[in-house]
Design a protein around this ligand. Structure first.
Ligand code: HEC
Ligand code: HEC
Ligand code: CA
Ligand code: CA
Ligand code: CA
Length: 461
């Protein structure tokens, strides 16, 4: 049950007269359709269903869901501690096992303030071909990612040099914007790299609301896929199917910028293993096994199942921040342009989560994440030329837009897209190509005032 609704615009007046008769005058002036137009949907304030928090503060991305039991809250807070813990080299009484090669010493080191990073920190690599499960084929001597850091006396695998070429463009009405095209060069590699290495550079995305996305019924996502574009609207939408290491089966990909992880347990176990060099019950082999950097220490796994479970419970149960000012006329107009531009054909506004027996607090929630959980071809300029299971170089999973307007407040920057190339929302939109080309053109064709209203709508999410 929804217990508190701070946004409800209704007034209840009760007058009680003490002559033995009680008069109840209820004056409920709820949403007036004359003022709040057809684009207003009060229910949308509960973007995360019962896990929504009405908190537009710096803690907007790092607050536990309000519907956790005291026991669950305790588990969430232990997971929070692990998410923030700095790991160190073995031996150490706590948080040992860092490296030998790694990218960061803690989860929060990349997921800034429990949210989105402001620069690339993960560098996936592969050579042509696929592994035994149809996934990317690792590079001999480097594996599936470049770890650009290493413990004392060990060589990092390589570094990735990032530079940008900036170009200025103008909208038809004269307003200018600028796009910076990234150029990535692998430098200081400890061993020779084959010339056909594909490199995919990625920023850490925010991690709230993920337990909800994890239990959206697969049928509901597949229902939105239209790989052959049968309805001829220019939008295809394709599901990724990826290897689930625990079941040994292929499963719908839901997490990561190319939907290359099937669930949060595996996503987080992979993060520990690849990004921090922490072996765990799901991935028990160091990422640099067989390489020069491997230490030969057999202390696996370096974290226990309860630690992994707590961290996963933590990212599963972070609250979704509520949108703000949805009844504002400008924001409603902006929302109208969002639909007219066809943004909603990929940024699908709503789903209802399924039933997870062990997670009643996340089950059966109407949510407003603004993603279809599917892959889309975003054009060559956005591509990385690296196949990831079924995702081609140009294909990326539609990012949820919930909370996006709070990025500055909660994470201290406005860096968007998979590799952080966009410095604000306008740049993020103008980088959209491929299937989203018509959307971008529509956005560009609006007047500055109309574009600003669309941006105001995004800022309200
Ligand atoms: C070196 C930087 C780095 C570290 C350390 C790191 N992450 Fe990430 N995280 C990323 C990047 C980059 C992605 C996107 C990966 C991709 O697209 O394949 C990501 C993705 C995720 C996702 C999926 C989010 C989504 O919306 O799809 C979760 C959950 C996550 N990380 C949790 C963790 C946890 C838990 C830890 C600590 C054990 C951690 N991460 C450590 C960089 C990092
Ligand atoms: C064809 C599908 C598609 C359409 C249409 C589309 N988007 Fe996107 N959008 C995506 C994908 C995919 C991404 C993630 C891109 C990436 O990985 O860098 C994205 C990312 C974004 C981001 C950055 C999110 C983040 O977390 O970094 C914003 C903002 C955004 N879209 C807004 C819009 C708006 C506004 C429109 C309409 C003008 C629109 N999109 C139309 C698919 C689409
Ligand atoms: Ca280790
Ligand atoms: Ca590696
Ligand atoms: Ca279509």
């Amino acid at each position: 049950m929804k217990t508190i609704n701070p946004m409800r615009r209704s007034l209840v007046v009760m007058s009680i007269i003490t002559s033995g008769i009680i008069f109840l005058t209820i004056h409920a002036c709820s949403i007036d359709p004359q003022v709040y137009g057809e684009w207003y949907n009060e229910e949308e304030y509960y973007a995360g269903g019962e896990t929504t928090i009405f908190e537009a503060t710096s803690g907007a991305f790092s607050t536990p869901a309000p519907n956790l039991s005291p026991l669950q809250l305790e588990k969430h807070l232990s997971g929070d501690m692990e998410f923030e813990a700095t790991f160190v080299t073995a031996p150490s009484p706590v948080n040992a096992g860092l490296g030998p090669v790694f990218n960061q010493t803690s989860c929060v080191g990349c997921h800034t303030l429990d949210g989105r990073g402001d620069k690339p920190t993960v560098f996936r690599i592969s050579t042509p071909g696929t592994d035994a499960h149809g996934g990317p084929l690792g590079v001999a001597g480097f594996g599936g990612a470049i770890q650009d850091k290493a413990i004392f006396d060990v060589a990092p695998e390589a570094m990735v040099d990032i530079s940008y070429v900036e170009s200025t463009y103008s909208f038809p009405d004269g307003e200018t914007y600028s796009l910076r095209k990234p150029i990535y060069t692998i430098i200081n590699n400890y061993a020779p790299l084959p010339s056909d290495v594909a490199l995919s550079v990625r920023v850490a995305p925010p991690v709230f609301g993920l337990g909800l996305l994890e239990i959206i019924p697969e049928e509901a996502i597949i229902a939105l896929a239209d790989e052959q574009d049968a309805d001829k609207n220019g939008i295809s939408g394709k599901a990724n199917y990826v290897y689930d290491v625990r079941t040994g089966l292929m499963a719908l990909g839901r997490f990561g910028w190319k939907a290359n992880q099937p669930n949060l347990d595996q996503q987080n176990a992979a993060a520990f293993n690849e990004d921090m060099g922490i072996t765990n019950p799901i991935f028990q082999t160091e990422s640099c096994f067989g390489q020069l950097q491997f230490d030969g220490i057999t202390d696996e796994p370096e974290i226990t199942m309860p630690v992994l479970e707590d961290v996963t419970f933590y990212v599963r149960t972070l609250a979704v921040p509520a949108p703000r000012n949805l009844e504002d006329a400008n924001i409603q107009e902006g929302k109208m342009y969002f639909y007219k531009a066809g943004c909603n054909t990929c940024h699908n506004p709503s789903f209802t989560t399924g039933i997870a027996i062990n997670a009643p607090e996340l089950s059966n929630q109407k949510i407003y994440p603004y993603t279809d959980m599917l892959l889309h071809d975003m054009g060559d300029a956005m591509g990385d030329g690296r196949q990831d299971y079924l995702a081609t170089g140009n294909e990326w999973k539609t990012r949820p837009l919930w909370g996006i307007g709070l990025t500055q407040l909660a994470n201290g920057h406005t860096v968007f897209l998979h590799d952080g190339r966009a410095r604000n929302l306008t740049e993020a939109i103008m980088w959209h190509g491929g299937e989203a080309e018509a959307s971008t053109e529509y956005f560009a064709s609006l007047t500055k005032e109309q574009r600003d209203k669309l941006l105001e709508f995004l800022m309200a999410l």
